[in-house]
Design a protein around this ligand. Structure first.
Ligand code: PMT
Length: 401
């Protein structure tokens, strides 16, 4: 089933240049399975033609409170009741002021007043207008009336100013709608995750690393986010884009990954160690590029701290899920690691042969915990990650009860 399947979103568009982003928002919400109906104010129509949203949503766009034809199909009170979420994006300063004051002199304002469902606003305006005490007061009062405030973001504005007031990107708004409407099995859970390889410097231009692409870890981050977790992804260097809504901490070496994880672990509910962390680093990385001066070169390696073991040894520790990447005796080594690192779960994968494990888009896992096991059959990493997150949610809930 799609993430927003059966959910109904009423998207209100007010006058602002960010209205062009709302076209993409309609597309993303629809793609996620939501049924989207669009309401536009008169000023919004000066920026984008209603036909754009009609084509993207597959439904006529509601424009006027006194449109007899529209009212006979679904009157405005019915429309306000129809939706699961009323999202105003962009929400102009003028609209926020009127909404806060309880005005109802256009269709969208009337719907905001008449809706018993969640109402969210995505402010979009010039940074000075946003900073103005009148706007700030309106926003504060709307929040006190349980209106959800999504954004704004900071950055360059259409008028050339820089500062807070930009509407959130369409993907960010879609993610927020998703989190709000489908809280998922990990709603409210803080999940910390490592992914990708680490790089251990030999000299300023060379390093020791491994074949991890980050695909498995990034798929787990996406699956956890879709199940409502608040996800922090500590990632080694990979050629992937962090999933929307996920807090990315980019690191390079095992020591940096260790520090980033340990800083956050005690405040996390679940820790998933999917990174292929280098077990060893070069004892003293050379300060300058090593020259080709002899037939043989020896590197002295020293053991890196085991991040997963360090987290599981914390007094206030999260639910710990490790990975085991093995080329032989997968079950034996995985069970050893489960015990030695005192883990709640371990996901073992065969690596080094076949179409699973490192680099490829596919994987298969054998997951173990103290008194149970579960096999996740060969499938895309996206699918394997979804099943693993379901299993983690189940075991985590059991462990807490
Ligand atoms: O990134 P992809 O190309 O998609 O490939 C996915 C994967 C094969 C890397 C992934 O599925 C996987 O198996 N990750 C764990 C790789 C690994 O380092 O396994 P290990 O058996 O060497 O380590 C055991 C566990 O200890 C792992 O959870 C590892 O993250 C953790 N560890 C290891 C060493 C260390 N210094 N710190 C750690 O936290």
């Amino acid at each position: 089933m799609q993430a927003l399947g059966n959910k109904k979103v009423l998207l209100g568009i007010t006058g602002g240049i960010a209205a062009y982003k709302s076209a993409e928002l309609v597309r993303l919400l629809t793609k996620a399975g939501a049924e989207v109906r669009v309401v536009m104010t008169a000023s919004a129509q000066k920026f984008v033609q209603p036909l754009t949203y009609q084509a993207l949503s597959g439904h006529r766009v509601y424009l006027d409170l006194f449109d007899a034809e529209a009212e006979s199909a679904m009157d405005h009170i019915e429309l306000a009741r129809w939706c699961d979420l009323l999202l105003v994006a962009p929400a102009s300063a003028d609209f926020l002021g009127k909404m806060n004051a309880g005005y109802a002199d256009n269709l969208l304002l009337t719907l905001c007043l008449a809706s018993k469902q969640s109402v969210a606003v995505a402010p979009a305006m010039n940074q000075q207008m946003f900073a103005n005490p009148a706007t700030q007061e309106n926003i504060k009062q709307l929040a006190a009336k349980n209106v959800l405030l999504w954004g704004p973001a900071e950055g360059e504005q259409a008028c050339g100013d820089v500062g807070p007031g930009r509407m959130l990107e369409a993907q960010q708004l879609c993610d927020k709608a998703l989190q709000h409407l489908s809280p998922g099995r990990l709603a409210g859970v803080k999940l910390l995750l490592t992914a990708g390889p680490t790089r251990e410097a030999i000299d300023p231009v060379r390093y020791i690393s491994n074949r991890s692409s980050g695909k498995m870890g990034y798929a787990i981050a996406t699956a956890a986010f879709e199940q409502g977790a608040s996800v922090t992804l500590v990632s080694g260097p990979v050629a992937l884009t962090a999933p929307g809504g996920v807090n990315l901490i980019a690191v390079e070496s095992a020591q940096q990954m260790h520090d980033a994880v340990l800083q956050r672990a005690a405040d996390s509910d679940v820790f998933v160690a999917c990174a292929a962390v280098s077990d060893y680093r070069v004892d003293q990385a050379a300060a300058q590029k090593i020259k080709k001066s002899s037939d043989k070169l020896s590197l002295r390696l020293v053991l890196n701290t085991d991040i997963l073991a360090a987290v599981s040894a914390l007094e206030q520790r999260p639910f710990c899920v490790g990975f085991a990447a093995e080329t032989q005796d997968v079950e034996g080594y995985a069970l050893d690691k489960l015990k030695q690192k005192n883990l709640d779960m371990i996901a073992a994968n065969q690596v080094g042969a076949g179409n699973s494990g490192f680099e490829t888009d596919f994987n298969q896992l054998e997951v173990f915990w103290r008194d149970g096991r579960h096999a996740i059959a060969h499938a895309s990493k996206t699918e394997v990650a979804k099943q693993l997150i379901d299993l983690i949610a189940e075991r985590y809930t059991c462990a807490r009860s």
